[in-house]
Design a protein around this ligand. Structure first.
Ligand SMILES: N[C@@H](CCC(=O)N[C@@H](CS)C(=O)NCC(=O)O)C(=O)O
Length: 221
């Protein structure tokens, strides 16, 4: 399998299936397509369109099968490796994991727009300003904290063991850190657990090693 992704510093949707592949030790080749200087244009778009008419990453290519969209890729992997608990084995936990991954996939627009992923940046001051001014941002964070607080125990992942649900919230963890958002001790404990996960650490290390700076994705401009 190949997973086409964009810059690890910025591409939150790429991070999610990449973490699932890594966390479950699935065999894949990473294909990095760096964002171009202009949004929705340039070499990035041309290269992605060669595989995916939707023009976005992530894209999974498994021989003749092309799967686009982060959640669809994770579902495809869960079906391809049914022996592994990409979704929790317990039906109730699995239903919950699917709900919270779907909620992440379809919601939290204020967080996404006000706090774009930028792993190597430290934007506490900007985060504090946006926190003070943006009611939508505070509501998104409150809902995420509620979801995290409902995990089975304070030292567990969202639905027990690490699953697709956690992969979906990983870019939220890095955003909370980048922007220094004021979250509870319980949320900080979950963030710490995530930041210590080997797959999450590997992605973050990769982001820190990147040198490309894409101006339109630098949130503080
Ligand atoms: N809902 C899609 C979103 C994919 C997406 O927006 N990817 C971004 C990168 S993080 C992208 O390719 N942006 C380039 C563009 O829109 O031109 C998913 O879950 O995969």
């Amino acid at each position: 399998m190949q997973l086409w992704i964009a810059n690890k510093n910025y591409s939150s949707w790429s991070m999610r299936p990449w973490l699932v592949l890594k966390a479950f030790d699935l065999p894949f080749e990473e294909v990095m397509i760096e964002f171009s200087a202009e949004p929705s244009a340039g070499e990035f778009k041309q290269k992605v369109l060669a595989a995916n008419p939707n023009g976005k990453v992530p894209v999974l290519i498994d021989q003749a099968q092309m799967v686009w969209d982060s959640l669809a890729i994770c579902e495809y992997l869960a079906e391809k490796y049914p022996q592994l608990a990409l979704w929790p084995k317990d039906a109730a936990l699995r239903a919950r994991a699917r709900c919270i991954a779907a909620e992440m996939h379809s919601s939290f627009m204020a967080l996404r727009s006000q706090c774009g992923m930028n792993i190597r940046a430290h934007l506490d001051e900007l985060g504090a300003k946006r926190w003070a001014l943006d009611d939508g941002l505070r509501k998104d964070v409150a809902r995420i904290e509620q979801i995290w607080a409902e995990r089975p125990s304070s030292d567990s992942f969202l639905c027990g063991e690490f699953s697709i649900a956690d992969a979906f919230y990983a870019p939220v963890v890095t955003r909370f850190k980048t922007y220094g958002l004021p979250v509870s001790a319980s949320s900080q404990q979950y963030m710490q657990l995530m930041l210590e996960h080997p797959a999450v650490r590997e992605w973050i290390d990769g982001a820190l090693q990147e040198s490309a700076r894409v101006e339109y994705l630098e949130a503080h401009l």
